[in-house]
Design a protein around this ligand. Sequence first.
Ligand code: NAD
Ligand code: DAU
Length: 339
Amino acid sequence: MKVLVTGAAGFIGSNLVHLLARERPEWKITALDLLTYAGNVKNLTALLDENRITFARVDITDEVAIGALFERERFDLVFHLAAESHVDRSIMSSLEFVRTNVLGTQVLLDAALKAGVGRFVHISTDEVYGSLGPTGYFLETTPLDPTSPYAASKAASDLIVLAFCKTHNFNASVTRCTNNYGPFHFPEKLIPLFITNAMEGKKLPLYGDGMNVRSWLYVTDHCDALLRVAEKGKAGEVYNIGGGADAELPNREVTFAILDMLGKSRDLIQPVGDRPAHDRRYAIDHSKISNELGWKPSTPFMKGLEMTVAWYQANRPWWEEIKSGAYLSYYERNYANRG
Ligand code: NAD
Ligand code: DAU
């Protein structure tokens, strides 16, 4: 079985490659990534050192390079995760989001169709559904209502994938997951930013009133769901993936938990101006994947958060290297005008 993982040096992609190497050791895995600011080949070091996977540095929008790779390798299965993934960056500048997330997905689909790829899993997000009020859940049938350029670009890519299933009988499924957390999470997103800032004794910039709710899923649980969708999911179907009821929390509760686990004072919290069009609440109904594919989240949120805090404590050189250089100029731009 020849398998391609795009975005393989990013947070979820690298965790997925590790899971596949563990669970399906007979698979021949190509890990593809452009290595943007978010990609880090060190996330795959252990597997590369043992020659367990092949790494390809390719831009998914490069149709010549992608076409040649697909013609040469004849993949049986593709997990497509490569994307620009950070909402705040898409607010500062969105062109790259449309280029990578929309055009890049189109290039992959064209190459996959031409090369006769047997199965394609497109990894998307619950953000395509927009914002929820205090009650209710996103279903797979909830209308798409994205509010950030990031979410809009993901929604567009989802629709192209689903159109390929209808038009070309292409064997693809779309997954829409809630917020992930865990090892190798780039320290710009809430949980790794707040863990590492707290460890450094820096302020934790909490947007707005801190009451925006996210539903958190430990990254390995997400990767386990992706493997199930690849092997058992149906063509043309969307599968929502998300954490349990204990994982649906306002940001301030998550912040308190991080500070408590690190034994740090709540005085480190710094309320700052809100994100524009900040979605108030995400919560997902994952009964379809549970009923049809037998998947459910297995890591309780507080246990997963403890494991994540421990990982950042044990891997300080990994995030200290990232939080220098180019990262600093992004940090200044994003938080400069928030008050
Ligand atoms: P990430 O930003 O950590 O990783 C994205 C990876 O894609 C990076 O390694 C980057 O170098 C690579 N990439 C970017 N542009 C590329 C290009 N043009 N060609 C090749 N590679 C390119 O993101 P993540 O959090 O791991 O998310 C992975 C996927 O999962 C994304 O599609 C995202 O929309 C989706 N998703 C993420 C979450 C989450 O909570 N992080 C939740 C649901 C869905
Ligand atoms: O829901 C799935 C999505 O989750 C994925 O599609 C995205 O790729 C992923 O980045 C994530 O998006 P969010 O915008 O929810 O994640 P982020 O970590 O940026 O923010 C989580 C919450 O924390 C959100 O309500 C904004 C808030 N926040 C974030 C940062 C970076 C803060 O209060 N302060 C911050 O400094």
